[in-house]
Design a protein around this ligand. Structure first.
Ligand code: FE2
Length: 333
């Protein structure tokens, strides 16, 4: 059953999840992790920032790491729009909906709009970046998991229904959701680019960034990234998996980077383009939602996440009670 009809002609054209901006304590440690374990390509390193992209990506960056002495946080998450005219329409739209929306000077991006959405998520919209050579066929340069391209982010929010309505008004299509019925929704999977999700919201204390995710070419790259993580001293930072998701059906593995930011490598998503497709509801009582096989995630995977810069975290009124690895093993014993 569709929760509400999609908005087929949104006020402006968002095309995809684009990039993440994180703060880190040590650029050298972060570079080792993202370049050697995930296999990202370094586009540019400055005195205080590192710009990375996937081996398939031609645009300047999909991950920006800014050195900081403060506690690690997420400065912005980026969405692309089709044209700069879309940005101008977006600014008026967000201002009209009571959101902070300001033009920003951001290196290696065209016209950029900073927006804080009604739920406190710090977003960054742009339409252009400088173009770099794709590395996809330079096989002898591929490292680690050969991360191809950024795909999605997952955010935690105490106002899940509000976030669903707000982003569906911007043209996002709901592909899958988790809830015992349509009134008690715990997670929503929203997309613009034609696969299961660009933007995912889970009920939880927020706003916080739970993870961001890169696609890999083959399943073997998930294992190769784990092997290299183990070799380079990041073995304990393989947090969950490899495993199979229920929603989205992806094969996945999650890492914590040197600052605790969570990043996912995955593949085997599917195409979602046709409008007659109804959103798929998952019952949270069904164990296949979080682990079709193997073991569930440990409790910290559900609880820990990256806060946004200068943004207070609000507690959720609905406390999730997922099956954790700790509970699962206790019940099995
Ligand atoms: Fe994900």
């Amino acid at each position: 059953m569709a929760l509400r009809p999609p908005v087929l002609n949104p006020p402006f054209n968002i095309t995809r999840a684009s990039h993440v901006v994180l703060t880190v304590a040590d650029l050298a440690a972060s570079r080792l992790f993202y370049e050697e374990v995930l296999g990202l390509v370094v586009t540019l390193q400055t005195d205080d920032a590192l710009y990375l992209r996937g081996v398939e990506e031609a645009c300047h960056h999909s991950l920006v790491l800014r050195q900081s002495k403060d506690a690690p946080c997420c400065a912005r998450i980026g969405l692309r729009v089709r044209t700069e005219d879309d940005l101008r329409i977006a600014r008026d739209y967000f201002a009209g909906h009571g959101c902070a929306a300001e033009w920003a000077e951001v290196p290696y991006q065209g016209l950029t709009l900073h927006v804080t959405d009604p739920f406190g998520n710090r977003m960054e919209y742009c339409a252009h970046m400088p173009v770099e050579p794709r590395q996809i066929t330079r096989f002898h340069h591929h490292r680690g998991g050969s991360a191809l391209r950024i795909d999605h982010y997952q955010l935690l929010t105490p106002n899940l229904r509000g976030a669903l309505d707000f982003y569906m008004d911007l043209g996002f299509l709901l592909t899958e959701y988790v809830g015992p019925d349509d009134e008690q929704i715990r997670a929503v999977f929203l997309q613009r680019k034609g696969n299961p999700h660009d933007l995912v919201f889970f009920n939880g204390d927020g706003p916080r960034l739970h993870h961001f995710a890169y696609m890999v070419p083959e399943t073997q790259h998930l294992l190769r990234a784990c092997d290299i993580a183990g070799e380079l001293g990041f073995g304990r930072q393989v947090e969950r998996g490899p495993g199979r998701h229920g929603p989205g059906h992806a094969l996945f593995v999650y890492f914590r980077d040197p600052d605790g930011h969570r990043v996912e490598l995955f593949n085997t998503h599917y195409q979602v383009l046709d409008l007659e497709l109804e959103p798929v509801r998952w019952d949270p009582a069904d164990p296949a939602v979080s682990f079709p096989w193997g073991y569930p995630a440990r409790g910290r995977w559900f609880e820990q996440a990256t806060p946004f810069e200068d943004t207070p975290v609000r507690e959720t009124a609905v406390r999730p009670t997922p099956m954790t690895l700790e509970k699962y093993l206790a019940e099995e014993a």
